[in-house]
Write a protein that binds this ligand. Sequence first.
Ligand SMILES: Cc1ncc(COP(=O)(O)O)c(C=O)c1O
Length: 459
Amino acid sequence: MSQRSALVDTYAQFPLEVVTGRGSRLRTRDGHAYWDFYGGHAVALLGHCHPAVTRAVSEQAAALTFYSNVVPLEIRSRAAQRLCAFAGAGLDHVFFCNSGAEANENALKLAIARTGRTRIASLDGGWHGRTLLALSATTEEKLRKPFSGVLCDAVRLRPNDLDDLHRLDDRAAAVIVEPIQSIAGIVSLTGEYLAALRRRCDDVGAYLIFDEVQTGMGRLGRPFAAGDVHFGAPPDRNPPRKRRDESVCIQQPDLEADGVEGRHMAGPLPRLDKTGGTTVPPEPHRPASREGPTLPLTRAPLPGICPDMATSAKGIANGIPMGALLMNARVAEALRPGDLGSTFGGGPVACAAMLAVIETTERESLLEHAARLGAAMRDKLSGGPVLEFRGRGCLVGLRTKPPAASVQKALMQRGFVTGTSADPHVLRLMPPINTPLDAVDELAEALTTLGGTVDAALA
Ligand SMILES: Cc1ncc(COP(=O)(O)O)c(C=O)c1O
């Protein structure tokens, strides 16, 4: 039996047999080299086989490949601290897991358990993973259909439609959004919309979850979209408000010292039993009071919109499987041993890889480089079949006149690996954030030589 036939046939495949990768370059068995503007689906954040990541993984694997969460590990605590400091945005605590879907599943479970509500909300076009709650929040109908009987009650809002927000009401435990919807075809949420969403969540007592599986870890030229001024509403339209009502990041004071309840979820988190069922019924949910005591602000408000939780995966450990559910202190404070769990989550090799990713990003000023690459792509990728540029940093969509799949094919023949999206006319680019600027020039030239229709260019 060939290796291919032993694998279940669930993935459409690129016609490439990749054998090695270095930085943003891939080499195939037949000796061809490609610029990787797909990044193994946005996973190769620092490129392939970055020496700092390879070294960190090798050293950690030699010292202790794995031990579970029943023991404290210095590297795990250090990774948690480093990630939270990198993310900022009041996301001071983290639960480690293994994938984007698992991070989203846990975020949604937590919201449901805390509120006692069973409805979740998401946006049209959103893609959050294939586990059941994550799938409940995902739009793609062909994935959802076989499971329609077991998916949870989900309401889907129209992205960037302020008038549609009234459909988010106090039956919703949480709303989960990608600040830039990637698979949908690189659809950016506006700061104004996110600010209004933050306010609406506060008003109805629902958690706001940012799915930053693609937008996080520096891909946008900022650590995360959470707390990023780019995603904050214009100051005149969204003045910072105080406490309980804030739509900008406010450094949370020590709630225990203040003796004040959390912002959204009055009452304790119901205990989860081993099967995920609750053993203590949740207290009836009380929407956040607008009259609550005003807490002292310990630091100046941060710009941007701060979710209650944000999830990360894909590039977080540059190819070593890892997911992370970041949360603010108010969400974390009621968690108790046993409420969340994952055997491999926070394994030392993944933590070592993640630490190397953050340290390298900072040491090599890769946030700045990602922003420069984004600007170069915006300036230069306009020729040939391209009608419109979308996105930011290294999460880019090119709207194309011919179908994106034909542009992708023609580019592959010219040595560029790119991605498509749910929009048949949007080509996606998710290159490593340390890709040399020259690669953008080469891609621009290749696009220009394809011409407007691509047909003639296809071999
Ligand atoms: C925005 C987003 N969220 C969640 C996921 C699911 O991540 P994973 O495949 O690691 O479960 C994906 C995967 O593409 C994604 O793009």
